[in-house]
Design a protein around this ligand. Structure first.
Ligand code: SF4
Length: 95
């Protein structure tokens, strides 16, 4: 191996190190930006989800998969009406 080949090998190695370091930093940044589980589980306010006490286009809490019955919603603070609706509505059935 002459000096030229050795230099190319060193440059290739350093290039791979730089790529690995960039990937590691990107992973760190992604971990920092990812919402914390505690925040994801936080219940939302009525304002955050645009809640209202009446149905919207036939959609209501009673027909939402997140409605737990007895005026409770998985993601919303406080009681909700079975006839209410918010922007996070998800159909309880596909039929
Ligand atoms: S429509 Fe909104 S407030 Fe009502 S149950 Fe679904 S997610 Fe909760």
């Amino acid at each position: 191996m002459n000096g030229n080949e050795s230099g190319r090998g060193r440059r290739r190695f350093l290039g791979r190190c730089a790529v690995a370091a960039s990937a590691a930093m990107a992973g760190t940044v992604a971990a920092v930006e990812r919402p914390k589980p505690k925040d994801a589980l936080r219940r939302r306010t009525r304002e955050e989800v645009g809640y209202r006490d009446e149905p919207y286009l036939g959609r209501s809490c009673a027909k939402c998969v997140l409605y737990q019955g007895h005026g409770e919603c998985v993601i919303l603070e406080g009681p909700v009406s079975p006839n209410g609706w918010c922007t996070q509505w998800v159909p309880a059935s596909m039929g």
